[in-house]
Unconditional design. Structure first.
Length: 252
C-alpha cells in the first residue's frame, strides 16, 4: 500500500497521486487508459530500493477528473511540470511507460532542470517508429465499441466524472493517438538528462526507431528485453533491476 493516496490541488486542478517510500524522488508516468495501479509491480520495489516514488494520475485517467478541451501530449506535459514544481520541488528521476514516456520526454525537453535521469519504456515518438503490428493497428482496434466496453471496466469504478463520461475521454484519447506524437529526433539534442530507452523486442515500437532515439539523445542508452511484448507488466523482475541499476547510478 502507498504511504499517501489522495488528491492534491495542482494549478487549480484536482489531481490524484500516490507516494511511497523515502529517498531520492522518482516519478512514474503511466500509459493511456491506466493509472497508478499499472505500476503495482514497480512501486514497492523502487520504494524498497531507496526512492520516494510519486505516481500522479493525469487528467481524465483513473481517479483524476477530465478537463475541458482536447487531450494532447503537450498539455499533459505541462500538467506534469506543474506537479513536479509543487510536489517534488526539485529535479526527479522520470520513468514513463507508453504515453507516459512521451510526457516524460517533453518535460525533459522543456524543463531540463526538473529531470535528473529518465527511463522511456515501450513508446515511439513519431509515426514512423510504430512496428507494423503495433500501435497503428492497435489505435483503431481500441477505437472499436468492443474495446471501449473493455477499457471502461477500469475507468467506471474510480473516475470522479462518472461512467457516462468515459465516451468523452475515449474519443479524446483515440484522436490524440491518431495524430500524435510527432517529435523530430533532431530536437532531442537539447535533452540533458541521462536516458535509458527500454523496450520489448516484440512490442509496438520498431527497434531501429528506439536505437535512433537513443543515438539522438546526448546521453542516451538502449536496452531491449528479448522475448517480450509489453513492459514492465510482463517482466517486472528484469525491468525493476534495470530501473534500480540505471537510476541508482547517480544522485539527483
Amino acid at each position: 500500500m502507498p504511504d499517501v493516496a489522495t488528491y492534491v490541488n495542482v494549478a487549480g486542478r484536482r489531481v490524484w497521486h500516490e507516494v511511497s517510500g523515502a529517498g531520492r524522488p522518482l516519478v512514474l508516468l503511466h500509459g493511456g487508459f491506466s493509472g497508478a495501479a499499472s505500476f503495482a509491480a514497480q512501486t514497492p520495489a523502487l520504494a524498497a530500493a531507496g526512492f520516494r516514488v510519486h505516481v500522479p494520475e493525469r487528467r481524465g485517467h483513473a481517479h483524476t477528473p477530465d478537463v475541458d478541451g482536447p487531450l494532447t501530449y503537450a498539455v499533459m506535459a505541462e500538467d506534469t511540470i506543474a506537479y513536479l514544481e509543487q510536489e517534488v520541488r526539485g529535479p526527479a528521476h522520470l520513468v514513463g511507460w507508453s504515453d507516459g514516456a512521451v510526457v516524460a520526454l517533453l518535460v525533459a525537453m522543456r524543463r531540463p532542470d526538473l529531470v535528473a535521469r529518465m527511463v522511456l519504456i515501450d513508446q515511439y515518438y513519431a509515426a514512423a517508429g510504430r512496428a507494423e503490428d503495433g500501435d497503428g493497428d492497435l489505435t483503431e482496434a481500441l477505437a472499436a465499441p468492443e474495446a471501449m466496453e473493455f477499457l471502461r471496466h477500469g475507468y467506471d469504478p474510480v473516475s470522479p466524472d462518472g461512467p457516462e463520461h468515459f465516451a468523452v475521454v475515449h474519443a479524446k484519447t483515440i484522436q490524440m493517438w491518431r495524430t500524435e506524437p510527432e517529435i523530430p529526433l533532431s530536437e532531442l539534442a537539447g535533452v540533458t538528462a541521462p536516458t535509458l530507452v527500454l523496450q520489448a523486442d516484440r512490442g509496438a515500437v520498431r527497434l531501429d526507431h528506439s536505437a535512433a532515439v537513443a543515438a539522438a539523445l546526448p546521453e542516451g542508452r538502449l536496452a531491449v528485453l528479448p522475448g517480450t511484448h509489453s513492459l514492465p507488466a510482463e517482466s517486472p523482475g528484469p525491468v525493476n533491476a534495470l530501473l534500480v541499476d540505471f537510476l541508482g547510478a547517480a544522485t539527483p
